[in-house]
Design a protein around this ligand. Structure first.
Ligand code: PMP
Length: 359
């Protein structure tokens, strides 16, 4: 072959070739706080480390995650058939979107929301229908209901919403479900539910019996601090979860993840106490930001949304200069996670610098 001649390119799906891979926050400098991925700053409890150490490496894991499903089923008063485990709830999102929506089908969700949704819909071959958030950064559920057509196969509701932190109330959700055909799969993404203290918020686990087309997605990544192990779960109708199981990459939830998740449920009280500390810290930071002149929605997850608009890239630099790595989501805003206590002073200093300029 002549050196200047390129070999023919393999034929890829053009829409996939155009896609960017899922973007993580920038790696943090050694002395910086990485507040860009909504991770839990606490080290694992000893029981989790022991569970990991006891896990097999040369043997494949239990692909059915039998023990973890039994643990979660008992925890929620369900049967194990109503529980599905995935390598992070992101995997389960992919499985369920693929199982329900293909070429010519539509998936409705609010925007901005979790950055992975558009890519997962694209890979399934389906079409995203993004419904803009309200002016106060909440899901516009009536508009989402109005966006449902004969082509809609899935609706995703994210509460608390990543990145804006807003919740959907139970009343809003119930009214919404009354308008959505029962043949449409509704995914309620509750990755951050454990951080919610507002009693009006929807909690999907209380509504599963009422809505056979509802699947609730939760994760051990955030409140339980197991992001690095990749384990999440879905609760819902057995036949829907069977379709997710059929769409899954076999044996992708490793034994260490399954064991650590079981131990985490067993030590739930201790772990949720940590969650309580983070929620308190979040509320304190939100109050201080308000005093600085920020007008931002009340946050309900383990992160805060700063609507910095067209100044987002610059604002992210200010945070970076102050030793805080944030997630810049230009041109709307930036998201900063609630992390170590030691990060708060720096976070507030950077936020003050930004708000003074934005005024
Ligand atoms: N849903 C939302 C709203 C998220 O923010 C995330 C993680 N950033 C996930 C799902 C996926 O989490 P995991 O795959 O770690 O369970």
């Amino acid at each position: 072959m002549n050196a200047s001649e390129q070999p023919p390119r393999v034929r890829l799906r053009p829409e996939i070739e155009k896609m960017q891979p899922y973007r993580q926050g920038k790696p943090a400098a050694e002395d910086a706080f990485k507040l860009s991925s909504n991770e839990n700053p606490f080290d694992p409890i000893p029981a989790v480390l022991e569970a990991i150490a006891a896990s097999s490496v040369n043997r494949y894991p239990d692909g059915a995650a039998t023990a973890l499903r039994a643990t979660l089923a008992a925890h929620y008063g369900l049967t194990p058939d109503n529980v599905h485990i995935g390598a992070g709830s992101a995997s389960i999102l992919a499985q369920l979107i693929t199982a329900a929506a293909g070429v010519g089908d539509e998936v409705v969700y609010s925007w901005r929301s979790f950055e992975a949704y558009p890519g997962l819909v694209m890979v399934a071959g389906a079409t995203s229908v993004q419904v803009p958030n309200t002016g106060d950064h909440r899901h516009d559920l009536p508009a989402m209901a109005a966006a449902v057509t004969d082509r809609t196969r899935v609706v995703i509701v994210c509460s608390p919403n990543n990145p804006t932190g807003a919740i959907v109330t139970k009343d809003e959700f119930v009214a919404f479900m009354a308008t959505v055909p029962q043949t449409v799969l509704v995914l309620l993404d509750e990755a951050y539910i454990e951080f919610v203290t507002d009693p009006t918020a929807v909690r999907g686990t209380e509504l599963l019996a009422d809505y056979p087309n509802l699947v609730v997605l939760r994760t051990f990544s955030k409140a339980y601090g197991l992001a690095g192990l990749r384990v999440g779960y879905a609760l819902g109708a057995e036949y829907v979860l069977d379709a997710a199981r059929a769409s899954a990459i076999p044996l992708s939830v490793i034994e260490a993840a399954q064991r650590a998740a079981i131990v985490s449920i067993e030590h739930q009280a201790e772990l949720l106490e940590r969650v309580g500390h983070l929620a308190e810290l979040r509320d304190r930071i939100w109050t201080s930001l308000g005093e600085q002149g920020w007008s931002i929605p009340r946050p309900h997850g383990n992160f805060i949304w700063l609507p910095t608009g067209e100044h987002t890239a610059w604002a992210a630099e200010v945070f970076s200069d102050n030793g805080i790595v944030v997630r810049a989501l230009a041109p709307e805003g930036l998201r900063v996670s609630i992390g170590e206590h030691e990060s708060v002073e720096k976070l507030l200093r950077a936020a003050e610098e930004v708000v003074v300029k934005l005024r």
